[in-house]
Design a protein around this ligand. Structure first.
Ligand code: ATP
Length: 235
């Protein structure tokens, strides 16, 4: 289980995350949604132990998060920093050597599903193919928690939908929990169980997709727009 308990994160004087309380149950796929600068990446970095909260507690499996959480949390960042002279298959071997839970066969299977040429050097990859490689190596870890920051941003809209739907086959929801931030809400929505909506560093809504449809009888994107414009809190 992942928990934020009254978490505030300040960068100097600016509050990027403001008194956020959140519980994420295991085996769920969560969409962390919000406009630019609303605090999504900061929350993911707090969960990944890369940042410390200014106030409050970040807990995973009831333990305070620190850097050793990387053993059970796979994190796809919004940055690209692969060693340029590695081919994709060499990169997969490198990940295999670095992470005990890395499943090389799964990586090759995802690379194949993503239609990647594994003999290509990472420095020659297009932005979209680099995004595919990042997804492949992250989902190949059998980590309990998978955290994806804007994983679909570089992908061609023509193939994005099928890739998003396909990745669900590479997550084991009996054992894994997935959090994804995205601006492509309508495309990602089919794979989500819950959405957490952020506005100016605060959580303004946390609902399951079923609840949104049943309680509000609304399409998720329409509901999010309504919540975002309203002053009410839906948690
Ligand atoms: N290292 C930093 N130093 C100072 N301010 C920062 C730093 N990182 C983020 N911020 C600020 O904190 C706020 C939240 O940033 P964050 O990156 O978490 O938002 P985000 O929702 O992920 O945005 P985006 O959708 O654009 O990626 C923003 O106002 C941002 O400018």
């Amino acid at each position: 289980m992942m928990q934020l308990d009254q978490v505030t994160k300040k960068y100097l004087v600016r509050k990027a995350v403001n008194r956020c309380t959140l519980t994420i149950e295991p085996g769920r796929i969560i969409g962390l949604i919000g406009e630019n600068g609303s605090g999504k990446t900061t929350i993911l970095k707090l969960l990944a132990g890369l940042l410390r909260p200014t106030k409050g507690k970040v807990l995973i499996d009831s333990k305070k998060v620190n850097r050793s959480i990387s053993e059970k949390l796979a994190y796809l960042t919004d940055m690209d920093y692969f060693y340029p002279y590695f081919t994709i298959v060499e990169l997969i071997d490198f990940y295999h050597s670095q992470f005990k839970d890395f499943d090389k066969n799964r990586a090759l299977e995802i690379a194949d599903f993503m239609k990647l040429n594994i003999k290509q050097k990472t420095k020659h990859l297009s932005k979209g193919n680099l995004s595919r490689v990042k997804i492949a190596v992250t989902l190949s870890r059998k980590a309990s928690y998978i955290v994806l920051d804007e994983p679909f941003s570089g992908l061609d809209p023509m193939v994005r939908k099928s890739i998003i739907k396909g990745i669900i086959n590479f997550v084991d929801l009996q054992k894994q929990t997935l959090i994804v931030t995205t601006h492509e809400v309508s495309e990602v929505e089919p794979i989500l169980d819950e959405v957490v909506l952020l506005k100016e560093g605060m959580i303004i809504a946390h609902k399951s997709i079923d609840e949104i449809r049943e309680e509000y009888g609304m399409d998720v994107v329409d509901w999010m727009e309504r919540v975002h414009e309203s002053t009410e809190v839906y948690v």
